[in-house]
Design a protein around this ligand. Structure first.
Ligand SMILES: CC(C)(COP(=O)(O)OP(=O)(O)OC[C@H]1O[C@@H](n2cnc3c(N)ncnc32)[C@H](O)[C@@H]1OP(=O)(O)O)[C@@H](O)C(=O)NCCC(=O)NCCS
Length: 163
């Protein structure tokens, strides 16, 4: 029998912090590592220790498993919206990628932005996430180099106009 991944989207809760920090580290180390050098990956994962606990200060959507008895409720991805127009973080567990998790998170985020009468969303997409955002209607504004903890990263400023 093939595995069926069913999930639902909800708002961030304070006790999500450890699970989201784990998803972040694994998505960077196991997925983004195909596009960035090891030194860049280590600089990327070495964010401020309390960043996951601070996600509630913005609008963070969390994808959680449902329907798999002992894993029900387990977070498998998250996306952070910094109103008015910025998408800040988008990470999905490596074992749950290419199953529409980030697409569902983005749909929830776009609905939230539209409810706030926001007309445009901006993201600084990694090399890894650029195809995802391009596939969801984001246009390339410009490639750029950003410096994070001593490492230089290529990423892409992208923008989507909301209908
Ligand atoms: C980018 C990321 C969040 C996408 O999550 P995801 O749940 O796998 O995305 P989805 O399954 O919703 O993808 C939907 C569509 O986007 C496109 N897409 C997603 N990832 C892609 C990739 N690596 N290459 C090409 N197209 C991709 C595809 O069209 C895909 O549809 P398909 O699988 O039917 O072909 C995930 O790959 C990730 O965590 N990456 C590492 C961390 C990172 O770089 N985060 C972004 C920081 S800005």
């Amino acid at each position: 029998m093939s595995e069926v991944c069913t999930f639902t989207i909800r708002r961030w809760q304070p006790d999500d912090s450890a699970a989201l920090a784990d998803i972040f580290a694994r998505a960077v180390r196991e997925t983004a590592s195909r596009d960035y050098r090891p030194a860049q990956i280590e600089a990327w994962v070495a964010g401020p220790a309390d960043w996951a606990a601070r996600l509630g200060a913005s609008v963070t959507f969390v994808a959680v498993e449902r329907g798999i008895a002992d894993e029900a409720g387990r977070p498998i991805g998250f996306m952070q919206y910094e109103p008015p127009t910025r998408i800040d973080m988008a990470y999905v567990s490596p074992a749950r990628q290419r199953r529409g998790v980030a697409s569902a998170l983005l749909a929830a985020l776009e609905a939230e932005a539209k409810a706030r009468q926001i007309k445009v969303l901006n993201v600084e997409a990694s090399i890894t996430s650029r195809p995802f955002f391009a596939g969801h209607g984001f246009s390339l504004l410009t490639p750029q180099i950003v410096r994070v903890r001593g490492q230089e990263f290529l990423n892409y400023r992208m923008q989507k106009k909301l209908a």
